[in-house]
Design a binder for this molecule. Structure first.
Ligand code: ADP
Ligand code: MG
Length: 301
């Protein structure tokens, strides 16, 4: 097969591993920077060009679209879909997963366990919103944050109110969430491929830090999932429409709750923590699934 890894940087661990795994399986893999793709939009024959040449004959694409380029990156994935090329994660699913509110609404509708979450545009009824989310301590999040930046723990209702007003003053969309204290500053990353959790790790925030993000100094270790955690992760990925997903769970008193579903989950942390060859499993999945025109939405939606 001829594969395109859509990534801005060929030197990133995840990008390198995917290329390596593809080549190990005797496929051809090219790293293509989505921001340097340009396209013609026509009903008869949509095309993608890259560095002065038209892209031809790809069997599948692996989107690794960073949060900062979601808009243009998903347009490039959509264009591949319009050309009938199989994308392991479809453009619509990537867009969905990037919007925390939209994701939580979709998951809630299908009965997935979630932390009690409130959101509002106006700060007029902040006090009421805080009560609806169960009162302090509360976690307040920017809608489009990543790597733990823009996630704040407010210990009192007063603090929560100040943080909400400050964020709203910056014209940021926010959500207000029940603080799952019993998670003890740890979360569980479930790496889903197809309908299986192929690896899982526990990430523990450093001392005194409630955010477990590895970028914030957290550390990772292997964890054994309960059957309920396993099925929650697989269902969450399926509801989002993602074939490859990093589903983040918190262990709450009322069972596993989903915090977010990531459409370009990093490979370095999970491969290092578990010693598993995840890149190879992604390539094997594509090998089994990719067919011309198999993309369900064909760029629609
Ligand atoms: P980001 O997208 O920036 O990673 P997250 O929503 O994943 O934002 O939050 C970052 C970290 O903060 C999580 O990994 C988790 O450890 C902690 N956290 C987030 N929400 C909650 C919550 N409701 N209760 C307890 N801890 C939380
Ligand atoms: Mg996170």
């Amino acid at each position: 097969m001829k594969l395109a890894v859509l990534s801005r940087n060929p030197d990133l661990y995840s990008t390198r591993r995917l290329v390596e795994a593809a080549e190990d399986a005797n496929h051809q893999a090219l790293v293509i920077d989505p921001l340097r793709c340009y396209m013609t939009i026509a009903s008869q024959r949509p095309t993608i060009h890259y560095k002065g040449e038209e892209l031809h004959d790809f069997d599948a694409v692996i989107p690794r679209i960073g949060a900062s380029i979601t808009f243009y990156g998903t347009a490039v994935v959509r264009q591949f879909e319009m050309m009938g090329v199989y994308s392991i994660n479809e453009s619509v699913a990537i867009s969905r997963s990037r919007d925390k509110l939209r994701s939580l609404q979709l998951l809630a509708r299908r009965g997935i366990g979630l932390p009690v979450t409130g959101f509002a545009h106006s700060t007029q009824y902040t006090g009421d919103l805080i009560q609806l989310a169960g009162g302090a301590p509360l976690v307040i999040k920017l809608l489009e944050g990543t790597q733990g930046i823009g996630v704040v723990l407010a210990e009192t209702n007063q603090a929560a109110e100040s943080v909400i007003e400050a964020f709203r003053g910056l014209k940021e969309n926010i959500l207000v969430q029940e603080y799952i204290k019993e998670a003890g500053g740890a979360d569980i990353r479930c790496f889903v491929i197809g309908d299986k959790v192929v690896a899982a790790m526990k990430r523990q925030g450093r001392d005194g830090e409630f955010r477990s993000n590895l970028h914030r100094g957290g550390s990772a270790s292997v964890v054994k999932l309960t059957p309920e955690e396993r099925s929650t992760a697989v269902r969450a990925a399926r509801i989002m429409g993602l074939n490859v997903a990093g589903v983040d769970l918190l262990r709450s008193n009322h069972g596993p709750v989903v915090m977010e579903v990531n459409s370009s989950p990093g490979l370095e942390g999970i491969e290092t923590a578990t010693g598993k060859n995840i890149a190879q499993q992604i390539i094997a999945f594509i090998q089994k699934q990719a067919r011309p025109g198999k993309t369900k939405t064909r760029g629609r939606g």
